[in-house]
Design a binder for this molecule. Structure first.
Ligand code: NAP
Length: 422
């Protein structure tokens, strides 16, 4: 496809995907679309790009970046929030990275981030949560956290429908449920807001499969399915049932062990085949406390959308917060890396925000295209820089022994470290 306003770099080639073999073909110089983002995205986007280029170059790789537009930059250039050619460019090039986008305030605006994830069917939102030396944390032993959350990205509340209390629509739904479905005893009198949330077998199974495959490939011990199935049996509960079905039916027993009755019984006495990944279930409310009290027991979590939202932010807080929390969205042969944080309008334009989350999101993209060497170098350089006490305001305010520097100075320090380590 030729684009109207996107400039395609002269060198480089597209990453492609062989669906039958489920394999990515990565050219020597991939073209990688990048959205710098709104608010602090304009501060951290370009400098994170420089850091990632430096790490690629230092490990013998080469990237041709292709800037694409969404949010404020798209409104200026196209007079719309999410131009079709931005979506097409990301679709065609398979891997991309984005900074945060502000959700415009006002009726009828869907989050641009959610729109991108849904349009491209990026069904798994993956957030690795690991501790970097030197990052201030409220926990006594933050280094015990080394967890990867897989959050379903296309259904549950992301595909939810709601009807406002007092509207004709809410009344129609109420009368359908009461009169035709015969549920009159559960509806309260008076005005009620009503919501529906779908959770499907296909959506649940592909997400859990992704989490189990990740655990196998990365030598993790457990995959924990986190839901609220004791209260919502046919959405949350079925997520758990379908997930356990994947574990039981799609993998050999010596590779994946579906723990029986893990919701209600300790698994200490269960005979698990050596080297097998154990797939277990936990209820979401209890999981939030175990994550803090028994942090090192958890490896990989797989969750419906809303649980994943809560749990991954809470996990991020344990290892230092939004400024350093990376993420990426995956679909079949697709990866869109993006930090957990938003556009933080009150910090925008001040060259102040922490670019680490976006830089570490780039690590996920590197790993996806098989550049593990560049990914490791980024982590080491970031960790060394933070440990040495060169940090942005968010970490500086929690440390007495660190110097607060601007976003740009911090990114330059990371690049210097990349060059030293290479
Ligand atoms: P936010 O942008 O994540 O910011 C909340 C606070 O987190 C900031 O005020 C700041 O705290 C801290 N923070 C976030 N990123 C940081 C960074 N890189 N470095 C240092 N501190 C950072 O959340 P929000 O204010 O609720 O949302 C703002 C807009 O972003 C909304 O329009 C929302 O819809 C959108 N959003 C977009 C995405 C996305 O693009 N994927 C995700 C979430 C939200 P202090 O004030 O304490 O310094």
């Amino acid at each position: 496809m030729s684009y109207d306003k996107i400039e395609v770099p002269e060198g480089g080639a597209k990453v492609s995907y062989d669906e039958a073999a489920d394999e990515l073909d990565v050219p020597d110089t991939p073209i990688i679309p990048i959205i710098h983002g709104d608010g602090i995205g304009k501060d951290v986007g370009p400098i994170a790009q420089d850091v990632l280029s430096a790490a690629a170059e230092a490990t013998g790789h080469d990237i041709e970046w292709m800037e694409v537009y969404a949010g404020e930059s798209a409104r200026e250039m196209y007079d719309e929030n999410l131009p079709e050619e931005t979506v097409e460019a990301i679709r065609e090039h398979r891997v991309a990275i984005k900074g945060p986008l502000t959700t415009p305030v006002g009726a009828g605006f869907r989050s641009l981030n959610v729109a991108l994830r849904q349009t491209l069917d990026l069904y798994a939102n993956v957030r690795p949560t690991y501790y970097l030396d030197g990052v201030p944390s409220p926990m006594k032993a933050p280094e015990e956290m080394d967890m990867v959350t897989f959050r379903e990205n296309t259904e549950d509340v992301y595909a939810g429908i709601e009807w406002e209390a007092g509207t004709d629509e809410a009344e129609q739904v109420r009368s359908f449920v009461e009169d035709e479905m015969d549920f009159d005893d559960v509806m309260h009198d008076g005005d009620i807001g009503i919501g529906l949330k779908p959770i499907s077998e296909k959506g649940s199974k592909r997400l859990v499969r992704e989490a189990i495959d990740y655990a196998i490939e990365n030598d993790r011990d457990t995959v924990t399915l986190v839901h609220k199935g004791n209260i919502m049996k046919f959405t949350e509960g079925q997520f758990g049932d379908w997930g356990m079905e994947v574990a039981e039916e799609e993998y050999p027993d010596d590779e994946v062990f579906a723990a029986p009755d893990s919701l209600w019984e300790e698994q200490d006495e269960v005979d698990i085949p050596e080297d097998a990944v154990m797939v277990e279930e936990r209820l979401a409310d209890a999981m939030l406390q175990w994550m803090q009290l028994r942090t090192d027991e958890f490896d990989v979590l797989a969750m419906p959308n809303l649980n994943g939202d809560y749990l991954s932010d809470a996990a991020g807080a344990q290892i230092g917060g939004l400024g350093i929390a990376p993420g990426a969205n995956f679909g079949a042969g697709r990866c869109l890396a993006e930090p957990v944080h938003g556009s933080a309008p009150k910090r925008a334009g001040q060259d102040k925000a922490n670019p680490t989350a976006l830089i570490l999101s780039g690590r996920l993209l590197f790993e996806y295209i098989g550049w593990d060497d560049a990914s490791t170098l980024v982590r080491d350089a970031v960790e060394d820089t933070i440990e040495s006490g060169t940090v942005t305001y968010d970490l500086a305010r929690q440390r007495d022994d660190a110097e607060e520097v601007s976003s740009t100075t911090y990114a330059e320090a990371v690049i210097d470290r990349i060059e030293d380590l290479a």
